[in-house]
Design a binder for this molecule. Sequence first.
Ligand code: AMP
Ligand code: TRP
Length: 355
Amino acid sequence: MTAFKPLVFSGVQPTGNLHLGNYLGAIKKFVALQDTSDCIYCVVDLHSLTAQLVHEDLKDQTRAITAAFLASGIDPRKHIVFNQSRVMQHAELAWIFNCVARIGWMNRMTQFKDKAGKDRENASLGLLAYPSLMAADILVYRATHVPVGDDQKQHLELTRDIAQKFNNDFSDRIAGLGVGVEMKVGEETVNGFFPLTEPIIGGPAARIMSLRDGSKKMSKSDPSDLSRINLTDDADSISKKIRKAKTDPEALPGELDGLAGRPEAENLVGIYAGLAEISKEAVLKEFGGQQFSVFKPALADLAVEKLAPVAGEMRRISGDRAYVDAVLSDGGERAGLLAEATMKTVRDIIGLLQG
Ligand code: AMP
Ligand code: TRP
């Protein structure tokens, strides 16, 4: 049985500053996966139009995310780094997926419900179709693994649903053209063109919460800058934000169970674990019984130690705009060749007249 070639794909939107949640939940995983897999990392500029159509500085935001990728240690020669809009096949496949996916599927997405708010009729069609473009980003490379934070889980389930419906709707054509790959779906073995992509979520930092409110995730859109640590923050702001982070009056517990009902404490322990690359249990082993007056300074020191070099590299790389642009242009060309190879077959499967 042939199998899909393992390939990692992920994307980050060029909106606002990257924060510690993006770094620990996503980018650190991107870096680690480079050693074991071929990886494609994309700055998804077309997705960002769903949040804000008219940008003053979309180009610079795109460069800033690219600089963050490179500063964190992503190697653009061994792997591919580019911005989405350079490879038009993403939008082409998204259109086809718009015709595969059902409106009901999109309406159920919690991110759509959150972002559309009460006035859903007035949300853009792009916001509704956002997951379809995301599925296209991944499947135009037939990527098998996608590292993301916990908030993207539902979108990845939808990506699998779209792949499965496409494989199913076109099963005869796929078999007829001999372009399928055998794979197991439940008990059945099917011949599909698109893989059922696996998310890579998990670890202590899959969901980093706001420093001001342990029930909200750390987010670019939170009005309070004290709620998040930005990748561009200097040592003083990092320390200040951790000192001011909301906590409770209890000491840290020695065991994981003791964090139940203490979301702010659990979040800080998760951040420590993510930065130190150890488990939450190991953090509690070291700090169990200690007050936050001891734990917070230790966390601040660790955060500064880990983040300051990334921030420094980001500044240095951002200063070399020609280099950043060359990385994106080269990555776009390489990604474009792969995406076009997939699309040629997709057009054949569907029966579009080409060539
Ligand atoms: P975005 O900035 O929304 O494009 O997110 C980029 C990546 O960061 C995605 O994989 C998200 O799942 C991840 N991410 C965003 N916020 C958080 C958070 N608070 N904790 C963990 N991961 C996050
Ligand atoms: N929706 C993702 C987010 O907000 C960004 C994204 C777009 C993405 N396309 C993707 C992530 C493909 C992984 C794979 O974080």
